[in-house]
Design a protein around this ligand. Structure first.
Ligand code: GLU
Length: 445
């Protein structure tokens, strides 16, 4: 069941880090509330002519560092508390990556798999219509998140242009679009790719060799599947993967490519075939080499690296003491509660935090936006080289901060992000300098 206090978890970590770093007291007040909460009701016509009402949200948390930025998720458990937390994490994520953005998030409480394509398109278009003037290339730029994809971004962008016209930059109002409609090469894989770069950078800094390290991945959507695929190619041994209904465990490693190829239309793992680490054509062989595994048991496997890549609140005080991995790479947003975080830290388990580990997606969103604004498009290689640089720099800055302040990686990432938000808010005059914030008098040019 979903934890009802996801936003409270964000505030707990924020308050802890702000106090450790002696942040301006007003910063906590500012970041503890979103700047704007938009709630929309969406009466969608079903194919049989009946109307069903869906509830939608867009939370704009902070824009001190640039336009609001963040995805939109379609999921039955979306509620305002969750969207507020996700929006706040985006403000921190864009700050830790030093992207010129603020943070926002949207959501619609719906199981998109229960709708036909036409119904989903009507819902997507209506959501954009209802958000009206609150979104746009210089105000708030939505993107994909859980259960939303390039097709949905195409409907969003088309509806936005229908309502607002196209001044030549309208496609920059959304990122994660199909490449044929101004999307960026490399965007689809970006979150998984960025997560792998950060992991490799961490292993390099701590002198560990990735070869044959075992990995369990919870969640096999866009993020989990691309990460598993790239990590497999990089020499890690992917021993377990799961979707929301459970997963498969292979002691000797699984054939990630075959698993991706046989995903169902609804994006689920086909669990009645087996995928041992052999050639793609051999997937039906050797049924004994795999075992079904529940999501709960997957998290507790004896692996080197655990990758929660699904939804929030998966590592809690109930299971944190059972986690055997030595590294947790948070590709989901908010998979670890503050209580679990403390336990993992006490047990010497390194957590590479979400606002850094999964920031590859928003980073390539930023590249997509800049390409749209310039009408100048980059090769996949250029995108990936720039992404690698950004991820490595952020990881190095977080590692340095961890060393300087003897804190966890999450605290270090929050420290960097809150510091950058504080600087922006001081310069804008949203908060007023204390003596210690006055670095020198302002002399005229
Ligand atoms: N939904 C992704 C995230 O949580 C991407 C957001 C974006 O590209 O704006 O970071």
């Amino acid at each position: 069941m979903k934890d009802a206090n996801t936003f409270a978890s964000f505030i707990a970590t924020l308050e802890k880090v702000a106090s450790q770093m002696g942040a301006h007291p007003d910063i906590v007040k500012y970041l503890s509330v979103p700047q704007r909460v938009i709630q929309v009701e969406l009466p969608v016509e079903k194919d049989d002519g009946s109307i069903e009402i869906f509830h939608g949200y867009r939370v704009q948390h902070n824009n001190a560092r640039g336009p609001y930025k963040g995805g939109v998720r379609f999921h039955p458990s979306v509620d305002i508390d969750e969207v507020k937390a996700l929006a706040a994490w985006m403000s921190l994520k864009t700050a830790v990556m030093n992207l010129p953005y603020g943070g926002a998030k949207g959501g619609v409480t719906v199981d998109p798999h229960s709708l036909t394509d036409r119904e989903l398109q009507r819902l997507s278009r209506l959501f954009v219509e209802r958000l009206g003037p609150f979104i746009g290339p210089t105000t708030d730029i939505p993107a994909p998140d859980v259960n939303t994809n390039a097709q949905i971004m195409a409907w969003f962008a088309d509806e936005y242009m229908r309502l607002n016209g196209n001044d030549g930059h309208a496609e920059a109002a959304f990122t994660g679009k199909p490449v044929a409609l101004g999307g960026s090469l490399g965007r689809e894989e970006a979150t998984g790719h960025g997560g792998l770069v950060v992991l490799l950078e961490y292993l390099k800094a701590t002198g560990k060799n990735p070869k044959d390290m075992t990995v369990a991945v919870q969640g096999f959507g866009n993020v989990g599947s691309h990460f598993a695929h790239l990590a497999d190619k990089a020499g890690f041994r992917i021993v377990a993967v799961s979707d929301s209904e459970g997963g498969l465990y292979y002691k000797d490693g699984c054939n990630v490519e075959a698993m991706i190829q046989s995903l169902t239309a609804g994006g689920k793992l086909e669990k009645n075939i087996c995928y041992p680490k052999k050639s793609v054509t051999d997937v039906q062989d050797d049924m004994n080499s795999c075992e079904p595994i529940s999501n709960k048991n997957l998290l507790e496997l004896d692996v080197d690296i655990l990758v929660p890549a699904a939804v929030e609140n998966q590592l809690t005080e109930d299971n944190a003491n059972n986690i055997k991995a030595s590294i947790v790479l948070e590709l989901a947003n908010g998979p670890t509660t503050p209580e679990a975080d403390q336990v993992l830290n006490d047990n010497n388990i390194t957590v590479i935090p979400d606002i850094l580990a999964n920031a590859g997606g928003v980073t390539v969103s930023y590249f997509e936006w800049t390409q749209n604004l310039q009408n100048l498009y980059w090769s996949e290689e250029e995108v990936n080289t720039k992404l690698d640089q950004k991820m490595r720099t952020a990881m190095q800055e977080v590692l340095q901060t961890k060393k300087d302040y003897a804190c966890t990686l999450r605290e270090a990432a929050y420290r960097l992000a809150v510091g950058r938000l504080q600087d922006a808010m001081l310069l804008r005059g949203w908060i007023h300098p204390r003596k210690e914030d006055q670095n020198g008098k302002v002399n005229g040019d």
